[in-house]
Design a protein around this ligand. Structure first.
Ligand code: NAD
Length: 334
Protein backbone atom coordinates (compact mmCIF):
# COMPACT_ATOMS: atom_id res chain seq x y z
CA UNK A 1 0.00 0.00 0.00
CA UNK A 2 1.13 3.54 -0.77
CA UNK A 3 0.27 6.34 1.62
CA UNK A 4 -1.03 9.58 0.07
CA UNK A 5 1.12 12.64 0.67
CA UNK A 6 0.00 16.28 0.39
CA UNK A 7 2.74 18.83 -0.32
CA UNK A 8 2.14 22.20 1.36
CA UNK A 9 4.07 24.92 -0.49
CA UNK A 10 5.14 24.30 -4.07
CA UNK A 11 8.50 26.10 -4.07
CA UNK A 12 11.94 24.96 -5.24
CA UNK A 13 12.26 21.94 -2.98
CA UNK A 14 8.77 20.60 -3.72
CA UNK A 15 9.11 21.16 -7.45
CA UNK A 16 12.67 19.92 -8.05
CA UNK A 17 13.12 17.26 -5.36
CA UNK A 18 9.96 16.11 -3.58
CA UNK A 19 7.50 15.67 -6.45
CA UNK A 20 10.08 13.81 -8.61
CA UNK A 21 11.01 11.63 -5.59
CA UNK A 22 7.30 10.81 -5.05
CA UNK A 23 7.25 9.30 -8.56
CA UNK A 24 9.84 6.71 -7.41
CA UNK A 25 8.70 5.95 -3.85
CA UNK A 26 7.38 2.47 -3.04
CA UNK A 27 5.24 3.34 -0.01
CA UNK A 28 4.33 6.97 -0.76
CA UNK A 29 2.55 8.80 -3.57
CA UNK A 30 1.70 12.41 -4.36
CA UNK A 31 -2.03 12.68 -3.54
CA UNK A 32 -2.74 16.39 -3.03
CA UNK A 33 -1.24 19.88 -3.20
CA UNK A 34 -1.63 23.03 -1.13
CA UNK A 35 -0.62 26.29 -2.80
CA UNK A 36 -1.46 29.99 -2.72
CA UNK A 37 -0.82 30.33 -6.45
CA UNK A 38 -3.65 29.12 -8.80
CA UNK A 39 -1.30 29.02 -11.83
CA UNK A 40 1.01 26.61 -10.00
CA UNK A 41 -1.96 24.43 -9.04
CA UNK A 42 -2.97 24.12 -12.70
CA UNK A 43 0.55 23.26 -13.82
CA UNK A 44 0.96 20.60 -11.11
CA UNK A 45 -2.52 19.14 -11.73
CA UNK A 46 -1.68 18.60 -15.39
CA UNK A 47 1.78 17.22 -14.74
CA UNK A 48 0.80 14.83 -11.93
CA UNK A 49 -2.90 14.14 -12.73
CA UNK A 50 -4.22 15.69 -9.51
CA UNK A 51 -8.03 16.19 -9.47
CA UNK A 52 -9.65 19.51 -8.40
CA UNK A 53 -10.91 17.80 -5.23
CA UNK A 54 -7.27 17.31 -4.10
CA UNK A 55 -6.12 20.92 -4.50
CA UNK A 56 -6.18 23.29 -1.52
CA UNK A 57 -4.98 26.80 -0.73
CA UNK A 58 -3.87 28.14 2.67
CA UNK A 59 -7.47 29.13 3.54
CA UNK A 60 -9.17 25.87 2.47
CA UNK A 61 -6.33 23.73 3.88
CA UNK A 62 -8.32 22.48 6.91
CA UNK A 63 -10.81 20.71 4.60
CA UNK A 64 -8.02 18.20 3.96
CA UNK A 65 -9.35 16.49 7.10
CA UNK A 66 -12.23 15.18 4.97
CA UNK A 67 -9.98 13.72 2.27
CA UNK A 68 -9.31 10.02 2.93
CA UNK A 69 -6.68 9.92 0.16
CA UNK A 70 -4.36 12.11 2.24
CA UNK A 71 -2.48 10.27 4.99
CA UNK A 72 0.54 12.56 5.37
CA UNK A 73 0.93 16.33 5.17
CA UNK A 74 4.42 17.54 4.21
CA UNK A 75 5.08 21.16 5.27
CA UNK A 76 7.55 22.73 2.80
CA UNK A 77 6.97 26.41 3.58
CA UNK A 78 9.27 29.20 4.88
CA UNK A 79 10.41 28.32 8.43
CA UNK A 80 8.10 30.70 10.28
CA UNK A 81 5.05 29.00 8.74
CA UNK A 82 5.99 25.48 9.88
CA UNK A 83 4.34 25.75 13.29
CA UNK A 84 0.98 26.92 11.94
CA UNK A 85 0.72 24.22 9.28
CA UNK A 86 1.99 21.39 11.46
CA UNK A 87 -0.62 22.27 14.10
CA UNK A 88 -3.39 22.64 11.49
CA UNK A 89 -2.26 19.27 10.04
CA UNK A 90 -2.51 17.70 13.50
CA UNK A 91 -6.01 19.16 13.93
CA UNK A 92 -6.95 17.68 10.53
CA UNK A 93 -6.04 14.30 12.02
CA UNK A 94 -3.15 13.61 9.64
CA UNK A 95 0.44 12.49 10.14
CA UNK A 96 2.83 15.37 9.44
CA UNK A 97 6.31 15.56 7.98
CA UNK A 98 8.02 18.95 8.37
CA UNK A 99 11.06 20.43 6.67
CA UNK A 100 14.14 21.52 8.59
CA UNK A 101 14.69 23.74 10.50
CA UNK A 102 11.63 22.50 12.39
CA UNK A 103 10.65 26.05 13.44
CA UNK A 104 12.12 29.42 14.41
CA UNK A 105 12.24 28.76 18.16
CA UNK A 106 12.35 25.89 20.65
CA UNK A 107 8.98 26.98 22.06
CA UNK A 108 7.40 26.64 18.61
CA UNK A 109 8.85 23.10 18.43
CA UNK A 110 7.38 22.27 21.84
CA UNK A 111 3.90 23.42 20.74
CA UNK A 112 4.17 21.39 17.51
CA UNK A 113 5.18 18.25 19.43
CA UNK A 114 2.30 18.75 21.89
CA UNK A 115 -0.27 19.20 19.09
CA UNK A 116 0.87 16.03 17.32
CA UNK A 117 0.80 14.09 20.56
CA UNK A 118 -2.73 15.27 21.25
CA UNK A 119 -3.75 14.19 17.74
CA UNK A 120 -2.10 10.80 18.26
CA UNK A 121 -0.29 11.13 14.91
CA UNK A 122 3.39 10.97 13.96
CA UNK A 123 5.60 13.99 13.31
CA UNK A 124 8.74 13.49 11.21
CA UNK A 125 11.43 16.08 10.49
CA UNK A 126 13.18 16.27 7.10
CA UNK A 127 16.71 15.42 8.18
CA UNK A 128 17.51 13.64 4.92
CA UNK A 129 21.19 12.96 5.75
CA UNK A 130 20.15 10.57 8.51
CA UNK A 131 18.90 8.20 5.75
CA UNK A 132 22.01 8.50 3.61
CA UNK A 133 24.44 5.52 3.75
CA UNK A 134 27.74 7.52 3.95
CA UNK A 135 26.35 9.43 6.94
CA UNK A 136 25.04 6.25 8.54
CA UNK A 137 28.41 4.55 8.15
CA UNK A 138 30.15 7.56 9.73
CA UNK A 139 27.72 7.36 12.67
CA UNK A 140 28.64 3.68 13.04
CA UNK A 141 32.41 4.34 12.82
CA UNK A 142 32.10 6.98 15.55
CA UNK A 143 29.66 5.18 17.84
CA UNK A 144 31.43 1.77 17.58
CA UNK A 145 34.81 3.47 18.08
CA UNK A 146 36.28 1.81 14.99
CA UNK A 147 39.07 4.46 15.07
CA UNK A 148 39.10 4.56 18.87
CA UNK A 149 37.27 7.12 21.00
CA UNK A 150 36.07 10.25 19.19
CA UNK A 151 37.88 13.38 20.40
CA UNK A 152 37.24 16.29 18.08
CA UNK A 153 34.89 17.20 15.22
CA UNK A 154 35.34 19.91 12.67
CA UNK A 155 32.29 20.68 10.50
CA UNK A 156 30.97 23.37 8.22
CA UNK A 157 28.27 24.09 5.65
CA UNK A 158 27.66 27.29 3.78
CA UNK A 159 27.10 28.88 0.39
CA UNK A 160 27.03 32.30 -1.22
CA UNK A 161 23.38 33.37 -1.18
CA UNK A 162 22.01 35.26 -4.21
CA UNK A 163 18.78 37.28 -4.51
CA UNK A 164 18.76 39.84 -1.67
CA UNK A 165 14.93 39.96 -1.64
CA UNK A 166 14.35 36.27 -0.79
CA UNK A 167 12.58 35.10 2.39
CA UNK A 168 15.80 33.42 3.66
CA UNK A 169 17.18 36.90 4.43
CA UNK A 170 14.08 38.04 6.35
CA UNK A 171 14.10 37.33 10.06
CA UNK A 172 10.31 37.10 10.38
CA UNK A 173 10.12 34.33 7.76
CA UNK A 174 13.46 32.52 8.21
CA UNK A 175 14.05 32.97 11.95
CA UNK A 176 17.75 33.56 11.24
CA UNK A 177 20.30 33.31 8.45
CA UNK A 178 22.92 30.74 7.46
CA UNK A 179 22.73 28.99 10.83
CA UNK A 180 19.00 28.24 10.52
CA UNK A 181 19.23 27.20 6.88
CA UNK A 182 22.49 25.25 6.45
CA UNK A 183 24.33 25.50 9.77
CA UNK A 184 21.84 22.97 11.14
CA UNK A 185 23.35 20.28 8.86
CA UNK A 186 26.80 20.69 10.44
CA UNK A 187 25.21 20.89 13.89
CA UNK A 188 23.28 17.68 13.19
CA UNK A 189 26.46 15.90 12.04
CA UNK A 190 28.14 16.69 15.39
CA UNK A 191 25.07 15.48 17.29
CA UNK A 192 24.67 12.20 15.41
CA UNK A 193 28.38 11.38 15.32
CA UNK A 194 28.63 11.74 19.09
CA UNK A 195 25.10 10.54 19.85
CA UNK A 196 25.13 13.26 22.51
CA UNK A 197 23.68 16.72 23.11
CA UNK A 198 26.05 19.69 23.42
CA UNK A 199 26.20 21.14 26.94
CA UNK A 200 28.15 24.36 26.42
CA UNK A 201 28.52 26.62 23.38
CA UNK A 202 30.75 29.60 22.53
CA UNK A 203 29.89 31.40 19.28
CA UNK A 204 30.93 34.45 17.29
CA UNK A 205 29.40 36.17 14.28
CA UNK A 206 31.09 37.98 11.39
CA UNK A 207 29.21 40.37 9.10
CA UNK A 208 30.89 41.77 5.97
CA UNK A 209 27.67 42.96 4.25
CA UNK A 210 25.46 44.68 6.84
CA UNK A 211 22.97 45.76 4.15
CA UNK A 212 22.25 42.32 2.68
CA UNK A 213 22.42 40.73 6.13
CA UNK A 214 20.61 43.50 8.00
CA UNK A 215 18.13 41.07 9.56
CA UNK A 216 19.92 37.70 9.70
CA UNK A 217 23.33 36.16 10.38
CA UNK A 218 25.90 35.94 7.58
CA UNK A 219 28.80 33.88 9.02
CA UNK A 220 28.93 32.17 12.42
CA UNK A 221 31.61 29.96 13.93
CA UNK A 222 31.07 28.16 17.18
CA UNK A 223 32.50 25.52 19.48
CA UNK A 224 30.48 22.93 21.38
CA UNK A 225 31.44 20.77 24.35
CA UNK A 226 29.78 17.36 24.64
CA UNK A 227 29.33 15.36 27.88
CA UNK A 228 31.93 12.72 26.87
CA UNK A 229 34.52 15.48 26.41
CA UNK A 230 34.28 15.69 22.60
CA UNK A 231 34.79 19.21 21.31
CA UNK A 232 33.32 20.39 18.00
CA UNK A 233 34.42 23.39 15.99
CA UNK A 234 31.74 24.37 13.50
CA UNK A 235 31.00 27.12 10.97
CA UNK A 236 28.22 28.23 8.65
CA UNK A 237 27.98 31.02 6.13
CA UNK A 238 25.86 32.73 3.48
CA UNK A 239 28.93 34.68 2.26
CA UNK A 240 31.01 32.14 0.30
CA UNK A 241 31.00 28.68 -1.25
CA UNK A 242 33.29 25.78 -0.39
CA UNK A 243 32.41 24.61 3.12
CA UNK A 244 30.44 21.35 2.93
CA UNK A 245 32.21 18.84 5.20
CA UNK A 246 32.88 17.18 8.52
CA UNK A 247 36.02 15.58 9.94
CA UNK A 248 35.96 13.27 12.97
CA UNK A 249 39.27 12.98 14.80
CA UNK A 250 39.56 9.86 16.95
CA UNK A 251 42.41 8.51 19.10
CA UNK A 252 43.39 5.98 16.41
CA UNK A 253 42.66 7.82 13.17
CA UNK A 254 40.39 10.18 11.26
CA UNK A 255 37.44 9.99 8.90
CA UNK A 256 34.97 12.33 7.35
CA UNK A 257 32.89 13.46 4.41
CA UNK A 258 33.54 16.16 1.79
CA UNK A 259 31.19 17.05 0.19
CA UNK A 260 28.89 15.99 3.00
CA UNK A 261 25.48 17.64 2.70
CA UNK A 262 24.66 18.00 -1.02
CA UNK A 263 21.82 16.05 -2.63
CA UNK A 264 24.35 13.88 -4.51
CA UNK A 265 28.04 13.32 -5.20
CA UNK A 266 28.88 12.70 -1.53
CA UNK A 267 32.33 11.40 -0.65
CA UNK A 268 33.57 9.70 2.50
CA UNK A 269 37.24 9.22 3.44
CA UNK A 270 39.32 7.71 6.23
CA UNK A 271 42.96 7.83 7.35
CA UNK A 272 43.25 4.04 6.98
CA UNK A 273 43.45 2.66 3.42
CA UNK A 274 41.74 -0.58 4.51
CA UNK A 275 38.65 1.26 5.82
CA UNK A 276 36.57 2.74 3.02
CA UNK A 277 33.33 4.75 3.08
CA UNK A 278 31.88 4.01 -0.35
CA UNK A 279 28.21 3.61 -1.23
CA UNK A 280 26.04 4.08 -4.31
CA UNK A 281 24.17 7.38 -4.50
CA UNK A 282 20.57 7.39 -3.28
CA UNK A 283 17.72 9.91 -3.50
CA UNK A 284 17.63 11.32 0.05
CA UNK A 285 14.05 12.51 -0.30
CA UNK A 286 12.75 9.20 -1.64
CA UNK A 287 14.45 7.47 1.32
CA UNK A 288 13.10 9.78 4.04
CA UNK A 289 9.52 9.84 2.74
CA UNK A 290 9.34 6.07 2.30
CA UNK A 291 10.85 5.54 5.76
CA UNK A 292 8.10 7.75 7.23
CA UNK A 293 5.33 5.92 5.30
CA UNK A 294 6.77 2.56 6.29
CA UNK A 295 6.89 3.48 9.97
CA UNK A 296 3.21 4.50 9.79
CA UNK A 297 2.18 1.38 7.87
CA UNK A 298 4.01 -0.84 10.37
CA UNK A 299 2.81 1.11 13.41
CA UNK A 300 6.38 1.93 14.50
CA UNK A 301 7.67 5.21 15.87
CA UNK A 302 9.51 7.25 13.23
CA UNK A 303 12.87 8.86 13.90
CA UNK A 304 13.96 11.66 13.53
CA UNK A 305 10.77 12.96 15.17
CA UNK A 306 9.91 16.37 16.63
CA UNK A 307 12.24 16.00 19.64
CA UNK A 308 15.17 15.89 17.22
CA UNK A 309 14.12 19.22 15.71
CA UNK A 310 13.66 20.66 19.20
CA UNK A 311 17.19 19.59 20.24
CA UNK A 312 18.64 21.37 17.21
CA UNK A 313 16.71 24.53 18.05
CA UNK A 314 17.95 24.42 21.66
CA UNK A 315 21.54 24.42 20.34
CA UNK A 316 20.69 27.14 17.78
CA UNK A 317 19.22 29.33 20.52
CA UNK A 318 22.36 28.80 22.63
CA UNK A 319 24.52 29.86 19.65
CA UNK A 320 22.54 33.11 19.21
CA UNK A 321 22.58 33.69 22.99
CA UNK A 322 26.36 33.23 23.13
CA UNK A 323 26.85 35.76 20.30
CA UNK A 324 24.59 38.27 22.08
CA UNK A 325 26.17 37.82 25.51
CA UNK A 326 29.73 37.48 24.20
CA UNK A 327 30.51 34.48 26.37
CA UNK A 328 30.14 30.70 26.75
CA UNK A 329 26.55 29.63 27.52
CA UNK A 330 24.86 26.42 28.69
CA UNK A 331 22.47 24.69 26.31
CA UNK A 332 18.93 24.37 27.65
CA UNK A 333 17.66 20.80 27.95
CA UNK A 334 14.45 19.33 26.48
P1 NAD B 1 11.08 28.37 -1.73
O1 NAD B 1 11.21 29.81 -1.49
O2 NAD B 1 11.57 27.81 -3.02
O3 NAD B 1 9.55 27.91 -1.59
C1 NAD B 1 8.74 28.40 -0.55
C2 NAD B 1 7.27 28.21 -0.92
O4 NAD B 1 6.46 28.78 0.10
C3 NAD B 1 6.91 28.90 -2.24
O5 NAD B 1 6.07 28.07 -2.99
C4 NAD B 1 6.12 30.13 -1.78
O6 NAD B 1 5.13 30.53 -2.71
C5 NAD B 1 5.48 29.64 -0.49
N1 NAD B 1 5.15 30.72 0.44
C6 NAD B 1 3.99 30.83 1.11
N2 NAD B 1 3.97 31.93 1.85
C7 NAD B 1 5.14 32.56 1.66
C8 NAD B 1 5.71 33.77 2.15
N3 NAD B 1 5.05 34.55 3.02
N4 NAD B 1 6.94 34.11 1.73
C9 NAD B 1 7.62 33.33 0.87
N5 NAD B 1 7.14 32.17 0.38
C10 NAD B 1 5.90 31.79 0.75
O7 NAD B 1 11.76 27.63 -0.49
P2 NAD B 1 12.28 26.13 -0.43
O8 NAD B 1 13.72 26.12 -0.79
O9 NAD B 1 11.37 25.23 -1.13
O10 NAD B 1 12.21 25.89 1.17
C11 NAD B 1 11.02 25.52 1.86
C12 NAD B 1 11.39 24.82 3.16
O11 NAD B 1 12.14 23.65 2.85
C13 NAD B 1 12.25 25.62 4.12
O12 NAD B 1 11.90 25.34 5.44
C14 NAD B 1 13.67 25.12 3.86
O13 NAD B 1 14.53 25.23 4.97
C15 NAD B 1 13.41 23.67 3.52
N6 NAD B 1 14.43 23.10 2.61
C16 NAD B 1 14.99 21.90 2.93
C17 NAD B 1 15.94 21.33 2.09
C18 NAD B 1 16.50 19.98 2.41
O14 NAD B 1 17.50 19.60 1.79
N7 NAD B 1 15.93 19.25 3.33
C19 NAD B 1 16.32 21.99 0.93
C20 NAD B 1 15.72 23.21 0.61
C21 NAD B 1 14.77 23.75 1.46
Amino acid sequence: KKLGWALVGLGTLSKNQLAPALQKTKHSRLAAIVTGTPAKAKEWQEKYSIPDTHVYNYETFDKIAENPDVDVIFVVLPNSMHEEFVIRGAKAGKHVFCEKPMANTADECRRMIAAMKEAGKQLGIGYRCQFEPHHRECMRLAREKVFGPLKFIEAGFGFQIGDPTQWRLRKDLAGGGALMDVGVYALQACRYLTGEEPVEITAQETKTDPVKFAEVDETISWSMKFPSGVIASVMTTYAFNGANFFTAICEGGRFGMDPAYSYGGLKGWTSKPEVKIEFPAIDHFEAEMDAFSQAILEGKRFEPAGEEGLKDLLAVEAIYRSIKEGKAVKVETV
